[in-house]
Design a protein around this ligand. Sequence first.
Ligand SMILES: *Cc1c(COP(=O)(O)O)cnc(C)c1O
Length: 395
Amino acid sequence: MKTFPDKHGHFGEFGGQFVPETLMSCLADLKKAFATLRKQKAFQQELAHYLNDYAGRPTKLYFAERLSQKFKNLKIYLKREDLLHTGAHKINNTLGQILLAKHMGKTRIIAETGAGQHGVATATVSALFGLKCQIYMGQQDMERQALNVFRMQLLGATVVPVTSGSQTLKDAMNEAIRDWVTNVRDTFYIIGSVAGPHPYPLIVREFQSIIGREARMQFLLKEKKLPDYLVACVGGGSNAMGLFHAFYQDHRVQMIGVEAAGRGVNTDHHSATLSSGSIGVLHGSKSELLQTKDGQIRIAHSIAAGLDYPGVGPEHAYYKKIGRARYESVTDQEALSGLKLLSETEGIIPALESSHAIFYLTKMNRQVKKKSSVIVCLSGRGDKDMHTVREKLLK
Ligand SMILES: *Cc1c(COP(=O)(O)O)cnc(C)c1O
């Protein structure tokens, strides 16, 4: 069977490397180092040590009995990534990439962040490994997410305000790439989702695919069969791809990615890239994205800060194209009711991102014909969102 990406990093027509000439050799070095290290037993053992003893893997696959009772047609299992150190799946990837950095002899870490969650996950592992860390963040985002800026600083990172353009994520991405071009000898660039130029989508998929490998084994052990459905929220797409990848060849397992419809996919305020985007280049790779007719990146919106990314990983664009997964969307309001639903039925307050996947179950319940089993990726916990949720629900 053909595997993806191909050696140039293409998933069908998506992916690739759209970067300044000077970065091509860095990407080649990274690709080579990754290919070598991933095969080394010592590297895998070191990674497993940090994932298990530091981050708290393996995470539980929990049968949500009371939530399932709400739905006539669904038997729901939750993959509890919310129980990891720092409260979300992002740590799986930042731990993996910082180990790559260490073995490549890099001494300085850079990243960009929108809402600050990837920034915090990167600052966390930089502290853990004692590496210098610089995070690029749009000036506007810094004001909106002051608490995450403070967290990163507390963890010893320097947060650099980006004042160009719209002063948000895409401008921070440009600055991080510019930094990397200049300082590539000692600097490792940690990308936070299955996006960016090849080999990043492959690297991030590999580090997140532990989610699906564990979930597949855990489900088989409990149910003696495979699940009918996988459901996960999609921002850049790393928790979803992390869950999906291990099931790619299980053709009867259906995959559903849930994007953020914000105030509605027909408004200018959403992040439903696969539901309403078009093909273009962002962040060094070709995928679907939200753009204006003349190719300007549109500002994405979601109540869930981690979903408001105007692009999506190229492998998801490919999955959609070949029909391996389908992509649906859930609005801000619906996500809030998803959050309430899980809180009240299971005593688990999910992140607003994950609440999109939870709410989607109510739509799915109406569509499936016979009793079906589902694994939902609970990508993060809701503590970080209490301020937002309180404001919205009290209104
Ligand atoms: C960042 C984040 C997401 C979105 O990122 P993906 O790459 O799409 O997984 C989802 N859930 C939580 C809790 C996050 O922090």
